[in-house]
Design a protein around this ligand. Structure first.
Ligand code: GDP
Length: 358
C-alpha cells in the first residue's frame, strides 16, 4: 500500500488531521498490514460507485479502497541540518509517495507557534525550504560520486551529471524537483528527492473562517499547480464523535461544507496517481487501488499472487456500461464486456472478473 505523509510545522494540526482521517470510518475488512506505530494508520477512500455496484451485484459486503496515512512530526527550521527530529523526519518523508502539507491559518493564544505566530505563506516557505535544502544536499553528495566518472568520459555518468546540475540550479533558486523536465526527474528518480513528491496543502482554518491568508495560499497553490483543501480540522475531528444527524445540523448552522475529510482523502489518492478498479465476486463488491498504467496480471496480483501467476484473461466492463446495462449478463449481451490479455492497462472504473489457472 502506498503511503501519504502528513507534514507541517509543530501545532499546525497534523495529529488532528491524522486522527480524523484514520477513524473516519471503521474498515469492514481486515487489512493486510498491522503496525505498532501509532503514527501510521489507514484511511478509507470514499467512492459512491461502490453502493451502485453493490445493488447491481446483490452484494452483501462493500470493501472500499484504502490508503496508508503517516503522521510525520518533527519538522522545524534547520531540520536539514539535523535539528529537532530533522534526520528522522527527512528519512520518513523519503519513504512517502505523496505529501499532505498542513498549513496553520487559525489563531489561538494557547496553541504555541514555533515562529511566534502563524503566517501561512511564511510557514509554507519554512517547510519547503527545509525540503529543498535537504534535496540540494542529496544532489551535491551524488555529484561528488558521479563527477570523477563523468570526467573519464563515461557517457552514463555525464548524462547524470547534467541532470544533477540542472536539479541543483532549480533547487538553489527555490524551485522544487517536481518542476523539472520529465527526463531529468526520471534520471534522478533513484535519489528519491523530497521535493519531487506530489504535495497538497491542507489549510487549517478557525471555524467558518476564510480570510486573506487563505486566499494568499490559494493563489500560491494555483501558481504552483498544488491542490488545496481548506478545513477546520479541530471541528472535523470533533464532529466525528457526534451522531450523523447532529453533525449535519451543526454543519448547516456553522456553514461548514460537507465532506472536507473526504476531499482530503480523495486528494491524497489523486496525488498517488492511483486508479480504481472493482471486483464483484462472492457477494462482495470491492474497490482496488493500483498505480495508473498497471497491467491486468499485476492488477490481479493485487488481489492474490496466485491470480497473477495463473493469469489467463480479464473480463472487463466499464462502470458506466455496467450501470447502463443493469447486470453482468445484460452487459455481456450488449457486447460491453471485453476480453483483455496480459498487456491490458487497467483503466479508472473498470469492473473486472479475472480468469486464472490455479
Ligand atoms: P501537530 O503538532 O501539527 O500534530 O498539531 P496538533 O494536531 O497536535 O494540534 C496542535 C494543537 O492545536 C492541538 O491542541 C489542537 O487541538 C489544536 N488545533 C488543531 N487545529 C485547530 C483549529 O482548527 N483550531 C484551534 N483553535 N485549535 C486547533
Amino acid at each position: 500500500m502506498l503511503s501519504v505523509g502528513i507534514v507541517g510545522l509543530p501545532n499546525a494540526g497534523k495529529s488532528t488531521l491524522f486522527r480524523a482521517l484514520t477513524r473516519a470510518r471503521v474498515p469492514v475488512a481486515p487489512y493486510p498490514f498491522t503496525t505498532v506505530d501509532p503514527n501510521t494508520g489507514v484511511a478509507v477512500v470514499p467512492d459512491d460507485r461502490l453502493d451502485v455496484l453493490a445493488r447491481i451485484a446483490g452484494a452483501e459486503r462493500v470493501v472500499p479502497a484504502t490508503v496508508r496515512v503517516v503522521d510525520i512530526a518533527g519538522l522545524v527550521r534547520g531540520a536539514h541540518r539535523g535539528e529537532g527530529l530533522g534526520n528522522r523526519f527527512l528519512a520518513h518523508v523519503r519513504e512517502m509517495a505523496a505529501l499532505l502539507h498542513v498549513v496553520r491559518a487559525f489563531h489561538h493564544p494557547e496553541v504555541a507557534h514555533v515562529e511566534g505566530h502563524p503566517d501561512p505563506l511564511r510557514d509554507i516557505g519554512v517547510v519547503e525550504t527545509e525540503l529543498l535544502l535537504a534535496d540540494l544536499e542529496t544532489v551535491q553528495r551524488r555529484m561528488e560520486r558521479v563527477e570523477p566518472r563523468a570526467r573519464t568520459g563515461d557517457a552514463q555518468a555525464r548524462a547524470e551529471r547534467a541532470a544533477l546540475e540542472e536539479a541543483a540550479r532549480a533547487l538553489d533558486s527555490g524551485r522544487p524537483a517536481r518542476t523539472l523536465p520529465a527526463g531529468v526527474r526520471e534520471a534522478l528518480r533513484p535519489l528519491r528527492l523530497l521535493t519531487d513528491k506530489p504535495v497538497a496543502y491542507v489549510v487549517n482554518v478557525a471555524e467558518g473562517q476564510s480570510d486573506g491568508a487563505v486566499q494568499a495560499v490559494r493563489a500560491l497553490a494555483e501558481e504552483r499547480g498544488v491542490p488545496v483543501v481548506v478545513a477546520c480540522l479541530k471541528v472535523e475531528d470533533e464532529l466525528l464523535d457526534l451522531p450523523e444527524e447532529e453533525a449535519r445540523a451543526y454543519r448547516d448552522v456553522a456553514g461548514l461544507g460537507e465532506g472536507v475529510l473526504d476531499q482530503v482523502v480523495r486528494t491524497g489518492y489523486r496525488l498517488l496517481d492511483l486508479v480504481t478498479f472493482f471486483t464483484t465476486e462472492s457477494r462482495e463488491v470491492r474497490a482496488w487501488p493500483v498505480p495508473r498504467g498497471t497491467r491486468a496480471p499485476q492488477a490481479a496480483g493485487a488481489i492474490h499472487s496466485d491470480m497473477e501467476r495463473g493469469f489467463v484473461r480479464a473480463e472487463v466492463v466499464a462502470f458506466d456500461d455496467l450501470v447502463r446495462a443493469g447486470s453482468w449478463e445484460a452487459a455481456w449481451q450488449a457486447g460491453k464486456v471485453r476480453l483483455e490479455g496480459r498487456d491490458y492497462q487497467v483503466r479508472e472504473g473498470d469492473v473486472i472478473t479475472f480468469r486464472f489457472h490455479v
